[in-house]
Design a protein around this ligand. Structure first.
Ligand SMILES: Cc1cc2nc3c(=O)[nH]c(=O)nc-3n(C[C@H](O)[C@H](O)[C@H](O)COP(=O)(O)OP(=O)(O)OC[C@H]3O[C@@H](n4cnc5c(N)ncnc54)[C@H](O)[C@@H]3O)c2cc1C
Length: 506
């Protein structure tokens, strides 16, 4: 991870009291938005504030997320089975399309020489789903039949043949009960993404541009609307304790788990009723290089009944800073912190008069989640090993160490019917005038950072985006902009072929 001087860089914005854009947080979301805005409007002045002394140390850090380039090739929670037995693939198509858009933007930056070697942040790793038991095998077969008809999922292989599956994933098949019915799908063009490296490369690039200042060790403590509609941002330099106020025409709260508190401080009407529910994660990390090298896939299974979507277990090949790794998880945990390096009071201080009813309603209606979390928290090392053995029957405790993953804050929001609902996706909350926007939630997260930020730009920079220069630039950055990769097979195939070539995935 790149480390920047925590003092402001000596450029034009440092002494100004008003900037065009303040970005809060040095994760993948702020990094993506900052680079996009600077491409679209090179004369924008931008200040980024990060409370930690490094870039991408919360959810975007490689060990804090699973590094899956979510394309819905392997994640079974994106393709639910409907009561009539058919498989719903709408969400899968949307996610696959969104990831193609992300790759388009990364390819544009790689071609311009802005991100260095793409192998530092993206690699081809097959995406597989693996299930056992009659009912699940039937489900996976139907899922593949439904998906493979769509061009975004062309080439997805399916097998119930144990020998074939063993060729794909020997560790998953060795030691498995010979009578157990199993099946798997295999998608060769899956990816593993180091979102930490990508974030560092993006912020490094942004920081080279005139008018950009990256401030590490600076915590944003308050946000107040000025009479002219701009924002007063109060920032504390954590190394000196001094406070500084600056004005921003636009603020992006890309503070991950810290976003809810800042959104609440902004007092915008649109923030009312939002709450957060933290779920922490853990991985088992393989410490035996002989085992690590025998597995070459991201293998996603089926979440157990009643458990939340982000708990889907997976056995994952990862490339982290040039080193190959093998992880299994996530196991869920409970902490009242909203950031891994946050405060134990985070959950309690987020409770306000305007969100208490939605919070209580979610507590009332989500007993299966509560039960699941209690079970997870109570797990012994033997329980965790048993969960791993479902995917790798010959696993031995001594080959695996427990590590802490990132902290997710699931979004709770007002709902007319249920008073409050728990969401597992991401939510962009913007003020009506588009002067402030915050990103809440975590899934499918970093993989969709590019389309999410495009939508945010469309919402908050309404006048700019109509101009020819922004439209032309958007088309350069994302050649499929304004068209549908989901509906246009020829465009989708040409786009995928082009980005694969540039990103070294061909
Ligand atoms: C266990 C787990 C697995 C995941 N797996 C995947 C996956 O496989 N694929 C995928 O695409 N996504 C995955 N995600 C989601 C993905 O990691 C997130 O969506 C993404 O990293 C969020 O980026 P961000 O920039 O919003 O937040 P972050 O990366 O968390 O960055 C927010 C930054 O804001 C800073 N900050 C907070 N408060 C303040 C403040 N007041 N002032 C200044 N700075 C502040 C924080 O220190 C932090 O650096 C996973 C997440 C988790 C937790």
């Amino acid at each position: 991870m790149a480390v920047y001087d925590n003092k402001m860089t000596n450029n034009s914005t440092a002494s100004n009291s008003t900037v065009d854009v303040v970005l809060i947080g040095a994760g993948i979301m702020s990094a993506t938005l900052g680079v996009m805005l600077k491409e679209l409007q090179p004369n924008f002045t931008i200040e980024l504030f990060e409370r930690l002394d490094v870039i991408a140390a919360e959810s975007s850090a490689p060990m804090n997320n699973a590094g899956t380039g979510h394309s819905a090739f392997c994640e079974l929670n994106y393709t639910p089975q409907l009561p009539d037995g058919s498989i719903e693939i709408k969400k899968a198509i949307k996610i696959a399309e969104q990831f193609e858009t992300s790759k388009e933007f990364w390819a544009y930056l790689v071609e311009k020489g802005h991100l260095g070697n793409p192998q530092n942040f993206i690699r081809k790793v097959p995406h597989m789903s693996f299930v056992w038991g009659e009912k699940n095998v039937e489900y996976l077969k139907k899922r593949r039949e439904a998906l493979v008809k769509h061009h975004l999922f062309k080439g997805m292989e399916y097998s119930e043949d144990r020998e074939q599956i063993k060729k794909w994933i020997p560790l998953v098949m060795e030691g498995r009960d010979a009578d157990e019915k199993v099946s798997a799908t295999f998608m060769d063009i899956g990816t593993d993404v180091n979102f930490g490296s990508l974030t560092s490369a993006l912020i490094g690039e942004m920081n080279k541009k005139p008018g950009v200042t990256v401030n590490l060790n600076h915590e944003v403590n308050d946000l107040k609307r000025n009479a002219d509609g701009s924002w007063k941002v109060v920032v504390k330099d954590k190394s000196t304790g001094t406070k500084r106020k600056l004005n921003a025409r636009f603020v992006f709260v890309g503070a991950g788990g810290g976003a809810l508190h800042l959104l609440q401080k902004s007092g915008i009407e649109e923030s009312k009723g939002f709450g957060g529910f933290p779920v922490s994660g853990q991985w088992l990390v393989c410490n035996n290089p002989d085992i690590v090298k025998q597995h070459e896939a991201k293998v996603y299974g089926k979440a157990s009944v009643g458990s939340p979507p982000m708990s889907v277990p997976h056995l994952d090949t990862r490339m982290i800073d040039g080193k190959r790794a093998l992880l299994f998880g996530p196991y869920a945990g409970f902490s009242t912190r909203f950031l891994k390096q946050g405060s134990l009071l985070d959950l309690f201080t987020s409770i306000k008069l305007n969100n208490i009813l939605p919070l209580l309603a979610v507590g009332r209606d989500n007993w299966p989640l509560t039960k699941y979390l209690i079970q997870q928290v109570m797990q012994s090392p033997a329980d965790r090993l048993n969960a791993l053995k479902d995917y790798m029957p010959n696993a031995k405790a001594e080959d695996w160490d427990l590590d802490i993953a990132g902290q997710r804050v699931q979004v709770i929001k007002k709902d007319a019917k249920h008073t409050g609902v728990l969401e597992f996706g991401t939510e962009v909350v913007s003020s009506a005038d588009g002067s402030i926007s915050a990103l809440l939630g975590a899934s499918p997260g970093a993989s969709t950072s590019v389309p999410i930020m495009i939508q945010l730009i469309e919402r908050c920079f309404k006048n700019h985006i109509k101009t020819d220069s922004w439209q032309q630039k958007l088309k350069q950055m994302i050649p499929s902009y304004g068209e549908s990769l989901a509906n246009n097979e020829a465009l989708s195939e040409a786009t995928r072929a082009r980005t694969s070539e540039i990103l070294g995935l061909a």
